[in-house]
Design a protein around this ligand. Structure first.
Ligand SMILES: [Zn+2]
Length: 143
């Protein structure tokens, strides 16, 4: 399929994909949380960085990071065209992620960042354990 797109068209199309709000990935995590009886989350909470799922009572924020946009160590890669553009863009994304995580943690939130690929059948159990683990601890105090 990719071969039918021109290089420019491909880059343009990739630019349109938003880094957050990947519906399929979010639905997958919702299904997994249901399966693992993880409840109490809300979506669309206006918190810094727009976490995908927020457990307000436990002060836990969950982000689902797309492997491409957020530079997953296994699948992150820089496209072969417009290299300078993509290198800068992906570096900015990674930096923003770090700042958001740090800032939320400083105000007492527990932040769980889940890779898109961490939702695969093989890795889902471990990912769900991370979320459950964050929820089982006492809410953090701001420091
Ligand atoms: Zn990945």
């Amino acid at each position: 399929v990719a071969d039918t797109l021109t290089v420019a068209g491909r880059s343009a199309r990739m630019s349109l994909v938003r880094s957050r709000g990947n519906r399929a990935t979010e639905l997958r995590l919702m299904a997994l949380m249901h399966e693992h009886r993880i409840t109490g989350w809300r979506r669309g909470v206006g918190l810094l960085g727009k976490p995908d799922f927020v457990f307000r009572a436990r002060k836990v924020a969950v982000f689902v990071d797309g492997c491409f946009w957020h530079g997953c160590p296994r699948h992150g890669r820089t496209p072969k065209t417009r290299i300078a553009f993509w290198t800068a863009k992906l570096a900015r994304n990674a930096q923003r992620d770090r700042i958001v995580t740090r800032t939320l943690r400083r105000s007492g939130w527990r932040v769980v960042r889940v890779w898109e690929c961490g939702l695969s059948c093989k890795r889902a159990i471990r990912t769900m354990a991370r979320i459950a683990g964050a929820l089982s601890r006492n809410p953090r105090r701001a420091h």
